[in-house]
Ligand binder design. Structure first.
Ligand SMILES: [Zn+2]
Length: 335
């Protein structure tokens, strides 16, 4: 990602969103027969933050994962191998995209499926490439960033979810997708072109794999591993998928992660979730670390700098996001 559009909030008239309440408000039915036993409480697995942390670190051990580099391709092999050991099916979508500055990138979108025959599906996704420049830094601006948080953290959390789903069976269909070439978008001096980001996701939305793919809803993780990360409610998420925001923020706050999942607006961010929302009509949200008090970008200080390395990663944040996702998957999946 991308450029934040805080100014939209400031200058445009407020859009009033209809909030769809989906509570169970049906009156209880009269019945002569004994009430059935209460449904058993769903046992939600425990997220292992150490394991997730190791998955982030292993990605960083390859170095920056910039498309068209051998480090990128080596990391792809690792991701495909691990996810193949966890998922029921792994699909690798290879393709070519063209960047804003006319470079052809060979990309790989990695799609790991659980219960592929099930109709009720949830899409979880993150980008696995890293930014080729440290354009928000003051030094070595032309060198690639490590991208531990952006977005090694999202991939690490989802790898741990995949590892758990390989052991703890779930009735719902789950697709974990790692998209390539998210972060090759324009620098400030190149001019603003939001569609220059998320190239892998845009490719997938226009060349669906599997064909006719759809899901009940989707959750994107982007920068979900930094110490004291704060997730504000992102604008497109609220616009297209407010019920998913309610579900995820509700679970997070219920299980004690209110310091991370804030009930506060975070501005509109063009990120991987925009395209499935707009092209595929899959309601998708973005869990992304934002810092409105940072006047430079609205993102955390390490965003698109060389400080985005393992030093910023905190197991507590990985756990907050990972455990919340497990609650959503196991306690309220498909609804
Ligand atoms: Zn980025």
């Amino acid at each position: 990602m991308k450029f934040r559009s805080l100014f939209l909030i400031v200058h445009l008239p407020l859009v009033i969103f209809l909030v769809l309440f989906t509570g169970c408000n049906q009156p209880a039915k009269e019945s002569q027969t004994p009430a059935p036993a209460a449904a058993p409480t769903v046992a939600v697995p425990v997220f292992n933050a150490d394991s997730a942390y190791d998955f982030v670190k292993t990605q960083c051990d390859f170095g920056p994962r910039v498309p068209n580099t051998k480090q990128h391709d080596a990391c792809a092999e690792f991701l495909i191998r691990k996810m193949s050991s966890y998922g029921d099916t792994v699909l690798v979508q290879k393709g070519q995209v063209t960047t804003f500055n006319n470079i052809k990138l060979n990309i790989q979108n990695i799609i790991c499926r659980f219960n592929p025959g099930t109709q009720n599906r949830i899409l979880l996704f993150a980008h696995w490439d890293t930014r080729p420049w440290a354009d928000q830094d003051t030094e070595r601006k032309d060198e690639p960033i490590m991208g531990a948080d952006d977005a090694g953290s999202g991939v690490g959390v989802l790898m741990e979810i995949a590892r758990i789903l390989s052991k703890e069976k779930i009735a719902t269909g789950v697709d974990i997708v790692f998209f390539d070439a998210e972060d090759y978008g324009t620098r400030r001096e190149d001019g603003a072109d939001n569609d220059s980001y998320a190239l892998g996701t845009q490719y997938w939305c226009k060349n669906l794999m599997p064909e006719n793919y759809t899901a009940n809803y989707g959750i994107l993780l982007d920068m979900v591993g930094a110490r004291n990360a704060t997730f504000h409610i992102e604008g497109y998420s609220k616009q297209y998928a407010s019920f998913v925001v309610d579900k995820v923020w509700g679970e997070a706050n219920r299980i004690g992660f209110s310091s991370h999942f804030l009930y506060a607006d975070g501005g509109f961010i063009t990120d991987d979730h925009v395209y499935p929302n707009q092209i595929l009509n899959i309601p998708c949200i973005d869990i992304i670390n934002t810092n409105p008090s940072n006047p430079r970008s609205g993102f955390p200080d390490h965003w698109h700098t060389h400080r985005d390395n393992m030093d910023v990663i905190d197991r507590n944040t990985l756990r907050a996001v990972g455990q919340t996702l497990l609650e959503v998957l196991f306690a309220s999946a498909g609804t």
